[in-house]
Design a binder for this molecule. Sequence first.
Ligand code: BTN
Length: 330
Amino acid sequence: MTNKTILRTEKLLRILADGKFHSGESIAQQLAVSRTAVWKLIQKISDWQLEVYSVRGKGYRIPGGLDLLDKSALMAQLQLAGASFEQVHVLTSLDSTADFVANQWKQSPGVATVCIAEHQSAGRGRKGRRWVSPFAANLYFSIGVALPLGLSALGGVSLAVGMSLAQTLNRFADDQIKIKWPNDLLVAHKKLAGILVEASGDSTDSSFLNIGVGINWQMQDKQAETIEQPWTNLKTLVGKDVSRGDILAQLLINIDQTLSQYQQGGFKHFSQDWAQLSALYQQPVTIYRTHDKVDGIEIGIEDNGALKLQTANGVEVFHSGEVSLRKRAL
Ligand code: BTN
C-alpha cells in the first residue's frame, strides 16, 4: 500500500470504529476520495478478517465497533515507567511484526525496537505454523533487543519472557494463566498466547533477540477456523474496565524489566516461580523427540530453562528446540 492509501485506510477505520452506519458519501467526503475508492478500501479491510456490514441506503458499519490501539497513550505509559525501547512502531497491517523487527535491525542494528500491529497477513508461529492475526481482535507484537550475552547464555530467556507475560496477565486475570513448557500460555489447558523467540549472535559476548508475542483477546470462532488446537480469549477473564492497550503497555514494561534482570542474573532469578506457574507441574507428561518419546512426571526446571522429568531411569533433563511436551493420561 502507498503511504496515502495507508493514511486513508487508518482514517476510514477511525470513522467506522464507533460501530454505527456511515454512508459511502459521507466517508468519501471525509477522505476526499470517490465512493468507488471508499468501496475499494472497504474490500481491503474486509481481507483483514474484519467484518464490515454494507447495507444499501445506509452505508457501512463494523458490528460492535473497534477498540483501536492508541500510540500516544502507549508512549506516555512507557515513558512514565522508564522503559528502555528506542523505537516504537504501531502499525495497522503488515506481513509479520517479527519480520518487521528483523528488517529494521538490518537498517539500524542494536536499536531496541518494538513493533505492534493490528493485523498480520503472514503471522508466524512456532514449528513453521501460521499465527492467525485478525484485525484488532488480539495483540501481536515483536521486541528486538541486543543483549551483552552470548547465545550459550540465552537458554532460559524465552522461558523468562513467558513467565513475565503470565505473571503480568495473571494480575488482570486472577491467576488463571499457566505456562506449558516451553512457550505456551494456557487457561484451563486452552491456548491463550504464544511466544516465538529468534536469537542470533556469537556464542560468548553478544546476541540479538527477536521476541514475538501473540495473545488472543476477543477472537471469534469464525476467525479461528484454521487453528487446530483448543484456544481461548483474554477479554473474558479480565475486568470490564481493562483495555487491550493497558495490557499491552504493562506487558512491554514488564518484559523490559525481565530482560534487564536476565542480563544481570540469568534464569536463576526466575526458576523459583516455576512450580506455581507451570500447567503440568507434578503431572504425568510425555516428551516427544524426533525419533522417540519419554514418559515421566514434570518435577521442575533447571537454571538454564531445561525441563526436569522424573522418569523410569531417574531424573532426566530436556532442552527446548525440537522436543514437544504433552500431558499424559494415566
Ligand atoms: C506460537 O506458535 O505459539 C508462537 C506464536 C507467536 C506469534 C507472534 S504474533 C507477533 C509475532 N509476529 C509473528 O509473526 N509471530 C509472533
